[in-house]
Design a binder for this molecule. Structure first.
Ligand code: FAD
Length: 366
């Protein structure tokens, strides 16, 4: 890999004690780890990083093909080193390319162009902005919306610190970041739709979607996330938070695609028309008065799906509450034996916890 390079020298008494566990963890993110002349080499799609010891320091060298990838890898390295260091101080200061970035390259300010309800508890917000072509891909479906504190008079936007991490203005009105899915994008028109679930126990995301009106601004960061792999047969499973993702994927699948999509919603009124030309059968599951995240409806329905026995290639995709995520992932991986490249199962939210309270460990827990 060549292109853009950055390096950091981090004073640490025992660099191996930190780098070993970090590398093990990065495998969960799809990294390939090899050893070369005593260094750990971490290869990912977008970048290659090398970690080695020099006296009492850990030296990290990151190489990426473009500045955005370099920014993301610097940020990923810094945040993981800090997370795994626990109480130990890790002072990182990057040299090399990308130091001149004033704001994260994947950050953008958008105008709210329209707000309407798709169903009683699903609010569609249309955002308008430039250069949206990067969102026009099924490889990375989601983004983060920057939700300003309701009492903040001036919007607060992110900058980049010398450690590569996003920096926010100091103060008590720090915005919240929430993950949402790009339901549709029209890069030529410069618009994208995001569907927000209006849920009980409303957090900043849900509350913002309820109060925002056309003409306001919204910051977004993205895109991100894993994509759908080509297969003959698909299983989709999700609650209403994953309905935007499932809807978008179904609409993009070819006519030849077969499979089943299980979508859990509150009741009949929350069903949506999905314009898919594929042969994937949509089955709606209704909670009928039960609280979101309180039933085994989705996980039970997944168990009842008959998988193809004709040798068709399979891909399973699921996004839902944490308990259902654990049940579905356990079933598909352990009982059905789906391999890593045959499934993408993600926890979209966790009952009783705000997104700020969730850690990487929750997202990756098996
Ligand atoms: C990759 C990804 C894509 C996502 N895409 C979408 C999307 O397109 N649309 C969408 O609406 N959501 C989506 N989500 C889920 C969304 O990020 C979470 O629901 C998030 O918690 C909402 O933030 P909040 O500020 O409203 O609530 P938080 O402040 O995070 O939580 C406040 C309280 O509400 C509860 N809560 C959170 N979500 C729900 C819910 N859906 N139903 C009931 N209670 C809930 C929490 O458990 C907590 O008790 C996505 C999540 C991921 C990981």
């Amino acid at each position: 890999m060549s292109g853009f390079v950055a390096e950091a020298r981090i004073a640490l008494p025992d660099p191996e004690a930190l780098i070993g566990p970090v590398c093990e963890h990065l495998k969960e993110h799809g990294a390939e780890i090899t050893r070369e002349d005593g260094a750990y080499v971490v290869a990912m799609d977008m970048a290659t990083s090398r970690f080695w010891r020099e006296n009492d320091a850990l030296v990290v060298r990151a190489e990426a093909r473009d500045l955005q990838s370099l920014y993301l890898v610097k940020m990923g390295i810094a945040s993981h080193l800090m997370e795994f260091a626990g109480d130990e101080t890790v002072e990182i200061s990057w040299t090399g390319d990308g130091r001149e970035l004033a704001a994260p390259p994947n950050f953008q300010i958008m105008d709210v162009a329209a707000v309407r309800n798709v169903t009683p508890h699903m609010r569609r917000i249309t955002l308008r902005g430039e250069n949206l072509a990067r969102f026009d891909t099924l490889e990375a479906l989601h983004l983060r919306v920057i939700i300003q504190h309701p009492d903040s008079r001036v919007p607060q936007w992110p900058s980049v610190g010398s450690n590569g991490l996003v920096r926010w203005p100091e103060g008590s009105h720090r915005p919240h970041l929430r993950k949402y899915t790009v339901r549709s994008v029209d890069a030529a028109a410069g618009t994208m739709d995001i569907d927000f679930v209006i849920h009980p126990d409303a957090g900043p995301g849900s509350a913002w979607a309820e109060r925002v009106t056309a003409g306001e601004q919204a910051g977004i960061v993205g895109p991100g996330g894993g994509g759908l792999r080509p297969a003959d047969w698909y299983l989709f499973a999700g609650d209403e938070t994953a309905l935007p993702a499932i809807g978008r994927m179904l609409e993009a699948l070819p006519e030849t695609a077969r499979g089943v999509a299980l979508i859990e919603v509150a009741d009949k009124a929350e069903e949506q028309a999905i314009a898919t030309g594929s042969g994937v059968e949509i089955r709606w599951l209704h909670r009928n008065g039960a609280a979101p995240g309180s039933t085994t409806l989705l996980a039970d329905a997944v168990r009842e799906v008959a998988f193809p026995v004709d040798g068709a290639s399979v891909f399973a995709w699921a996004g839902c509450e944490f308990d259902a995520f654990k049940a579905i992932r356990g079933y598909l991986r352990r009982e059905r034996g789906l391999k890593k490249d045959e499934n993408l199962i993600v926890s979209y939210w966790r009952k009783g916890r705000t997104e700020d309270e969730l850690s990487h460990a929750d997202e990756l827990e098996h």
